[in-house]
Design a binder for this molecule. Structure first.
Ligand code: HEM
Length: 128
């Protein structure tokens, strides 16, 4: 095997990969189309509020019923519509439900542009 192929192999089929099979119609492209569709935002009940969100309010949105919220890098996102689109699966994403998941997020994929991918799901800023 030529050496330039090694990183792809390591990230792909090899051991330690936690990527799941997504349901049909739930690819990254499908998500981008859905989130960019004209219409109401995907932020859910609180609707991209200017009022910062406290840790207590965040903690009320951890399921199993209602919306699932998650704070990453200072912003709170309603990840409910994204659950079935997450390449790491629902269970992994749920680990951060109702809390500041920045550390978990950066542990698995610091390169993922959360603000770009979940812009339409942003509920507001996390209160300091
Ligand atoms: C508790 C929070 C989270 C955890 C524990 C988590 C975990 C994971 C895991 C285990 C994978 C599979 C990594 C692999 O390929 O082996 C993954 C992939 C991915 N996750 Fe998450 N994730 C979290 C939150 C998020 C959020 C909020 C987003 C939305 C922007 C996101 C977007 C992605 C993307 C795009 C991939 C594919 C990355 C790639 O293949 O380069 N994740 N995640």
């Amino acid at each position: 095997m030529s050496s330039h192929l090694k990183p792809t192999m390591a990230k792909g089929a090899g051991a330690g990969r936690l990527q799941v099979a997504l349901k049909p119609g739930h690819s990254l492209m499908d998500w981008v189309k859905l989130k960019n569709k004209k219409g109401p935002s995907l932020a859910g009940s609180r609707r991209q509020s200017r009022e910062p969100i406290t840790k207590e309010e965040l903690a009320q949105h951890k399921g199993p019923e209602g919306e699932i919220w998650m704070a990453i890098r200072g912003y709170v996102f309603n990840v409910t519509p994204y659950l079935d689109f997450h390449p790491g699966g629902r269970a992994q994403l749920m680990k951060g439900a109702g809390k500041d998941a920045t550390k978990l997020f950066d542990h698995y994929h610091p390169w993922v542009n959360v603000a770009g991918m979940l812009d339409n799901c942003c509920v507001g800023k996390l209160a300091p």
